[in-house]
Design a protein around this ligand. Sequence first.
Ligand code: URA
Length: 235
Amino acid sequence: MRLDKFVCKSTKFSRTQAVEYIRAGKVVVNDVAVFVESVQVHENNSVTLKGQLLVPRAFRYVMIHKPANTICSNVDEAYPSLFSALNLERSDELHVAGRLDANTTGLVLATDDGRWSFDIIRPQQHCKKVYRVGLSKVIEKAQTIDFTSRFAAGLKLQGEAELTRPAQLNILGPREALLTISEGKFHQVKRMFASVGKRVVTLHREKIGEVTLDIEVGTWRYLTAAEVASFKDEA
Ligand code: URA
């Protein structure tokens, strides 16, 4: 990890303060003062600040139930950040593993462990995500089998050269479906339904890999050790 990040993760200092200390020669790595904040350090390195040994905090892995009209960013923009209403310390250190659109609700995983989140979002991982979808128009009985097999076979999305990966569509009611996909293209679910002539009006993520959303909207909890480890086992 970068030296400035290491200092932040071991202290209460902001990134700006960490950089100031580093440039002033107050940070020593393995007995040598280092003046450049981008230097990579390992957790096993001895890093001191003004003579005090720095020990980085453990990584955090959290589940958040995202409300509508929030964004998966650390800063408020057109909509408030999903972190802003959470009582979650140092949320500026966290990033999400797979964004949701502002009007999408449901399961968001957040962490400060970039390797872990990469395992979830890298395309080769084919991590499964389950979405509950509400549609503006009814899926007619006659369309049910056709849609299910087209989603399973792969759909041609506008602007994409390749078909979508096989997806499982379970139609729950005239305007409601559960969709399981194993990739994460931009606006993927909305574009998949658009390709069969349907408009998504509500979208809610229920599950990522083996982790199922089980908390109230607008709240968060730490993932269990088993949930954290579960992503390592995906193909
Ligand atoms: N697909 C979408 O279209 N939007 C989301 O927020 C997530 C998946």
